[in-house]
Design a protein. Structure first.
Length: 237
């Protein structure tokens, strides 16, 4: 079953809203959208680019520059709901096995701390283990929190990162995109993941630890399974 709603002939000012959940292939999808929309794709990406003075609160509404036809970034549905209600754009997002997503985010976060790319207050978490990181309230069930605000049937498409290239091809067909010259490859690993000084080494992550991460993200597990069912996808988790 495809998650589709809307009309391909929709001529509203904002045609597409892409919600980027961290570590779900969003940067690769951003490259695809840039090929399609060019300068009419909002140039902002990170939350602090959208909301530099707000502290990135989830209930702050997004203001758009003129001429924008596409939005893609680390946003909550709640932050663009007014745009969805006004322009009826095609809403797209990508999901991933929640346990793998948290593990990937753990190493990404630890790398950023070590590179000095996080606020000073995050420095105290430098020696967190995977489970200490995952147990933080704001790290739990992030996919569910970010996508909350509309029903799954209101999304035009929800892709699954583990089959990124296949889903990009399906989405391109649904959208009538003929200008894609390159489909970026998803890289699920990084040198840092396998070569670091983190308290939890990637090779030491066992089934018990994965089960604990899964238990901390029960809502995301249910969401991921429901999306897979709606998409007719078997396996992956």
């Amino acid at each position: 079953m495809r998650l589709i709603k809307g009309d391909k002939a929709n001529k509203n000012r904002v045609e597409i809203v892409s919600i980027h959940i961290p570590k779900t292939g969003g940067r690769s999808f951003h490259k695809v959208l840039k090929q399609i929309y060019g300068r009419s794709l909002d140039q902002r990406f990170e939350k602090h680019h959208y909301f530099p003075k707000s502290g990135n609160k989830g209930d702050i509404k997004l203001d758009l520059p003129k001429g924008i036809r596409g939005i893609h970034g680390h946003l909550y549905i709640s932050q663009v709901l007014h745009i969805i209600e006004k322009d009826n754009p095609k809403v797209i997002s990508w999901v991933r096995n929640p346990v793998d997503r948290v593990i990937s985010n753990y190493y990404y976060f630890m790398k950023r701390i070590r590179e000095g790319d996080t606020p000073d207050r995050q420095k105290e978490k430098e020696n967190f283990s995977l489970l200490e990181y995952a147990a933080q309230a704001k790290r739990r069930n992030r996919m569910s929190a970010i996508l909350s605000g509309i029903e799954l049937d209101d999304f035009f498409f929800i892709g699954i990162m583990e089959q990124f290239e296949k889903d990009i091809s399906e989405l391109a067909s649904l959208m009538g995109w003929t200008d894609i010259t390159e489909i970026p490859h998803i890289n699920n690993s990084s040198d840092f993941k396998f070569n670091n000084d983190c308290k939890t080494q990637y090779g030491d992550i066992n089934n018990d630890m994965r089960n604990e991460v899964a238990a901390l993200n029960e809502n995301d597990i249910k969401l991921y399974k429901k999306i897979k069912s709606l998409r007719g996808v078997n396996g992956l988790i």
